[in-house]
Design a protein around this ligand. Sequence first.
Ligand code: UN1
Length: 483
Amino acid sequence: MAVHKNLIDGEWVESAGAPIRNVNPSDVTDVIGEYATADRAQALRAIEAARAAFPRWAGASIQQRFDLLDGVGTRILARAAELGRLLSREEGKTLREGIAEATRAGQIFKFHAGQALRAAGELLDSPRGAGWSVQVQREPIGVIGVITPWNFPLAIPAWKIAPALAYGNCVVFKPASLVPGCAHALAEILVEAGCPRGVVNLVMGGGGSVGDTLVTAPGVDALSFTGSVETGRAIAARAIGGMKRLQLEMGGKNPLIVLDDADLDNAVECAIQGAFYSTGQRCTATSRIIVTPGIHARFREALLARARALVVGDALDERTEMGPAVDAGQLQTDLDYIAVGLKEGARLVLGGARHPAPREGFYIAPTIFEDVDNGMRIAREEIFGPVVSLLRARDYEEALAIANDTPFGLSAGLCTRSLKHADHFRRHAQVGLAMINAPTAGVDYHVPFGGAKASSYGWREQGPQAMEFYTRIKTIYTNANVR
Ligand code: UN1
């Protein structure tokens, strides 16, 4: 089997270590391919290549940057069905979700193509008087280390790489080792679209070697990371010695509040999508559903009926609504947390075990606990699987207090017809994303993304605000009163 190579300084380079075997989580007999692993020396070469390419890319015209990003977007959109299929095959989300994500990645590149044209500064008068002016201008940072997770193998690399390039930075990209296929395809598309050598480098490989090199090497100016809180903390601690700029997107324990006056069908759909789509493997997934007494019985019954009917199966089967866990490790984590929930006294009302399947894969049943107290570990720690807890609250005020009682603060949802409660919620939910009559997961590509508390650290991603992380400000004073 040919090994897919890393991209360093415009060249496809041989694996330094044993290649990654990319296996389909829906069917472990299906090997997607073998992918090169870089070592520290190759990662350092990639950083040097990005440094060497930086002055030219920082000086490229906004038309050149627009053309590259727009061309990448066009190529991704033209191949969305094929890329979505590759994504579903290696990650396990359903084909519909895979194709939607590929499409989103294309749209993100198109959006940031436009942003390259719009990057603007400010021109101010000066208190010093006539003839003086002050400009506030944005400049690229330099070399960005992009470290991405397995759960959005196209969208997350897109929403980091596209703005990095739009504002004139160069990139060294280390994808999660579970999803090298999408990363490699994206690197190929960048090359085809005319990305100059060294501007984007792909270094697939381990966190301890390649990741740590990006985090500690002086040649990297900034790191954009999405992944677990634990890894994010470790990266921050190691990177701060080098005074690197950091953007860390980490976990969630996202609540969905369902009030007595909610539209029942919509509330159930929000809960199902938030808790079980993408097999619950999203930092925006709903993991706590907080319900008030007047709707509790009806909501519980409708939720259970819909969850029981969910079609769990091979991600590539068009009927599938929920694919497998991404790998054996994540499946075991899910099962371990289910055991923890039972031990803590929560009542299992659905699932709680592996899901029977025709193929050998990491299938798990949609799982619902009730009688959950917000102090239990299953209500406090991120599971990253299709496991959701039902909690009770007396009224909106108590529900909001429970929703906010968490170390995380990424997303929170409220289902209600009350304008009063919706307005209060959008002001007082301690999160970066407040969703009203909408699932906690699933975000648009033209607006900022990020959280509060332990969920995020540093600048916002996405939307026009992405510019803040990927640029630094220069203030220029001009005195025109000279003869
Ligand atoms: C979404 O819900 O559409 O890793 C995006 C994650 C998030 C992205 C969620 N950074 O799950």
